[in-house]
Design a protein around this ligand. Sequence first.
Ligand SMILES: NC(=O)c1ccc[n+]([C@@H]2O[C@H](COP(=O)([O-])OP(=O)(O)OC[C@H]3O[C@@H](n4cnc5c(N)ncnc54)[C@H](O)[C@@H]3O)[C@@H](O)[C@H]2O)c1
Length: 257
Amino acid sequence: MTPDGIAGRTALVTGAAQGIGAAVATALASRGAIVALTDSDGEAAHRLAVTLDGSRAYRLDVTDCAAVERVFTAAEADLGPVDICVPVAGILRPAYLLETTDTDWRATFDVNTTGVFHVLRCAGRRMADRGRGSIVTVSSNAAGIPRLGMAAYAAAKAATTLLTKCLGLELADRGLRCNVVAPGSTDTAMQRALWTGPDDATGVIAGSLATYRTGIPLGRLVEPADIANAVVFLASDQARHITMHDLYVDGGATLRA
Ligand SMILES: NC(=O)c1ccc[n+]([C@@H]2O[C@H](COP(=O)([O-])OP(=O)(O)OC[C@H]3O[C@@H](n4cnc5c(N)ncnc54)[C@H](O)[C@@H]3O)[C@@H](O)[C@H]2O)c1
């Protein structure tokens, strides 16, 4: 079943070239949305966009505020007013806090927090003027629980989650909704970069007392499509009375039930 409020709408997705962003763009397009696929890897975004009806790719580094404005303007001229915005682009540079370099700290916040801020502000202003729109930010379950080797990432994601909820409060009286999807360990290049061997997926699912991880109660990694389905639901009219919500899609890994 195609949820209402997706077909015929223009959606802009950041980080859409691969992984979760690609799954979100594909899911929205398969339900009839016209998708602007944006990514710092413009060529990879283009390769996917040509397979999705009516969609287009734009090279966009979300850390560049002026570029965010330019790409929104171009996408709206090409595809129509953006009614659905999904900031997905993110990076992970694992390190214990005591070993985190200034460079990695800044890069993590530049992309995962300030980049999302640029996109939220740009999308929010345009949607507020039109009195319609839905934003779904892809954050992380690490925003809600301490994890070894993820201090900068978790802090940046926690900030991003709250930024999105604050925008939801600011825009609620204009009928706009802002929600968060918080993935757990999802089978993408970002996740696999953390692995050191072929059995690592099994270890992630089983958990480890030594690293204070409880594992994944549902017994499998998240697939990008699982995250995309949650995003589509929150973006759709089926979620018309849901805003400032933080939907964990982590198989129970953070025991939030
Ligand atoms: N994979 C996981 O286990 C997991 C878990 C929780 C949250 N997340 C979050 O989900 C999102 C997507 O993760 P993924 O696993 O698909 O990662 P990925 O590395 O597979 O894909 C990330 C995409 O973002 C793009 N990108 C990176 N920096 C960018 C920038 N400055 N501007 C624009 N695009 C940029 C990359 O080119 C890439 O296409 C991220 O925000 C990540 O933090 C992932």
